[in-house]
Design a protein around this ligand. Structure first.
Ligand code: ADQ
Length: 501
């Protein structure tokens, strides 16, 4: 049996070739001193799990070129150090204007905001001529380009190929791909990493866009979501807006244009063993010392997020302010460390959000801090080892997203934390479904309840903290990232069996 680095057996796979497609590829390319290419594996469990497949199967990963190195390299075998992996990457290189429209006008401000219920509906969205142009000349064009490239690759591979599409950037790709491929050439799956709202919210999009998205999704064989509720919302949305679709809730199936799409939930998780190894690595230990110096014997309330409105950062700071106001005994006894990675600064809302966060942090520090105590420390930048170090040390981890497909930080914290830290978790995260028994669950807009949950976490008896922390760890370890991948491969094998029967 072939094993992963972590010692886990590799997921079983019934396909000799697998094609993965996502907006961002699994590797960051650079140049060495001699001008040759260097390959750095992308971070995160998704890349680990999907590249893990490349040990038993030839995997081709189609993605957009995001740097001049990607574009210049184009395609070829990816060489990760010391790895016997059979991974090929193929970068597509959309016209920059089309890419900007697809990414910065449709995928992120429109679809991401829709699916995270983030619109202030009396004011947004405003779908004007520019949005329609971005849809026609950006989103559709890049999706078609993905489909064309995937079809070219599939034609050269041993049949049938398994095509695993990732996320909301590629909703139209499956329908285009169907036009380019013969029925038996490939099995198609698409996994949606973000929440799927129901028909009311999809009703805000114009029928033309909505219809094409649902039509695109109904071209896949297996449609994966993070939670059962997400899957049910999709089926409800099809029932509402695709009049000719035949839906079967109990079977989790939508039949449309004489084709069956099976809808299933696969809660994504983390690479538990790799994360544990990183938590004990020397680099992480040195960051722990840095965090300990910031804390200076105080308790630590931590958050680790992309700088992203759906993560509800502003209300998190408001809740902390309410905590200090209502429970002044915590003043000078705690610190709030926020580790934030800049994200999508090309989208206006994100830039404004950063300014609002800086103002909120400045206000709290000016109001409560003094020369000895800085109530909030904000560190902006991407540093995974530092984030993991902080996750080992928190007393309270705040995850208060307005909506979140899963939220991996909650799972990472549960596995590496060494302080019996308490998780304060938004009820609108996918992670809530699994972690609720061990967490303090809050409604994300309820700043008062969030402050009270932080207080409860800070004063909780050690025994209860220990029990909750142990339960969270067990829950995450029972279903890690390999479980996520294997469950999808099993579901695909089942669909293939049904097709043959
Ligand atoms: P994200 O919205 O990016 O993912 P999340 O699931 O929390 O959110 O994953 C973020 C990852 O980046 C975690 O591994 C985290 O540790 C890391 N990270 C975040 N902030 C960081 C920081 N400041 N420094 C270093 N590392 C940081 C999307 C969906 C989620 C879904 C995932 C996977 O929005 O709901 O869980 O995909 O499907």
């Amino acid at each position: 049996m072939i094993m992963m680095d972590s010692g886990e057996p590799l997921p079983t796979n019934h396909y000799s070739e697998v094609l993965i497609a996502s907006n961002r590829g699994p590797v960051t390319l650079g140049r060495d001193a001699q001008g040759g290419y260097t390959f750095q594996r992308g971070s995160g469990g998704l890349v680990t799990a999907l590249t893990g497949l490349a040990r038993t199967t030839r995997v081709t990963w189609v993605a957009c070129a995001l740097s001049p190195e990607d574009a210049a390299w184009g395609q070829g075998k990816v060489c990760f150090e010391d790895e016997n992996c059979n991974l090929y990457t193929r970068f597509i290189n959309p016209d920059p204007q089309a890419y900007d429209a697809y990414y910065n006008q449709i995928s992120n401000p429109l679809l991401w905001f829709l699916q995270h219920s983030m619109w202030d509906v009396p004011r947004a969205p405003v779908i004007d001529r520019a949005t329609w142009d971005a849809w026609e000349m950006g989103y559709k064009v890049v999706n078609r380009q993905f489909a064309g490239e995937i079809a070219d690759q599939v034609r050269t591979m041993s049949k049938p190929v398994l095509v695993m599409l990732q996320d909301y950037h590629l909703y139209l790709t499956p329908r285009y791909l169907k036009k380019y491929l013969r029925r038996r050439d490939a099995i198609l799956s698409l996994f949606v990493h973000i929440p799927m709202p129901g028909p009311d919210y999809w009703g805000i999009l114009p029928p033309g866009m909505r219809q094409e998205i649902l039509d695109g999704l109904c071209a896949v064989d297996l449609l994966g979501f993070q939670t059962r509720e997400d899957g049910l919302n999709f089926i409800r949305t099809c029932e509402n807006y695709l009049p000719k679709a035949l839906v079967r809730y109990r079977r989790g199936r939508v039949r449309y244009r004489s084709h069956d799409t099976y809808v299933r939930d696969f809660p994504i998780s983390i690479d538990v063993d790799a994360l544990k190894a990183l938590a004990d690595a020397p680099e992480t230990l040195s960051y722990q010392q840095e965090v300990a110096e910031h804390m200076n014997q105080r308790k630590l309330i931590l958050r680790v997020d992309r700088l992203e409105p759906s993560k509800n950062l502003l209300r998190g700071f408001q809740a902390y302010e309410a905590l200090l106001e209502t429970h002044p005994e915590h003043c000078d006894q705690v610190m709030f460390l926020a580790l934030l990675t800049p994200s999508r600064l090309g989208v206006d809302e994100y830039q404004t959000y950063l300014d609002e966060i800086m103002a909120a942090v400045g206000r709290i520090n000016a109001r409560y801090g003094d020369s000895e105590w800085e109530p909030v420390r904000l560190l902006v930048g991407e540093n995974y080892a530092r984030a993991v170090a902080a996750l080992t040390m928190y007393n309270v981890l705040l995850v208060n997203s307005i909506a979140d497909g899963m939220n991996l930080v909650a799972k990472e914290g549960a596995v590496v934390n060494k302080m019996d830290g308490v998780l304060v978790l938004s009820e609108r995260t996918g992670a809530r479904q699994q972690l609720e028994p061990g967490a303090l669950v809050i409604a994300p807009c309820d700043v008062y309840a969030t402050a009270e949950a932080m207080h409860q976490a800070l004063v909780m008896a050690p025994e209860e903290r220990r029990e909750r922390a142990a339960l969270l760890r067990r829950l995450v370890e029972a279903e890690d990232i390999n479980f996520w991948l294997e469950s999808q491969l099993d579901a695909i094998a089942e669909i293939a069996r049904m097709r043959k029967a």
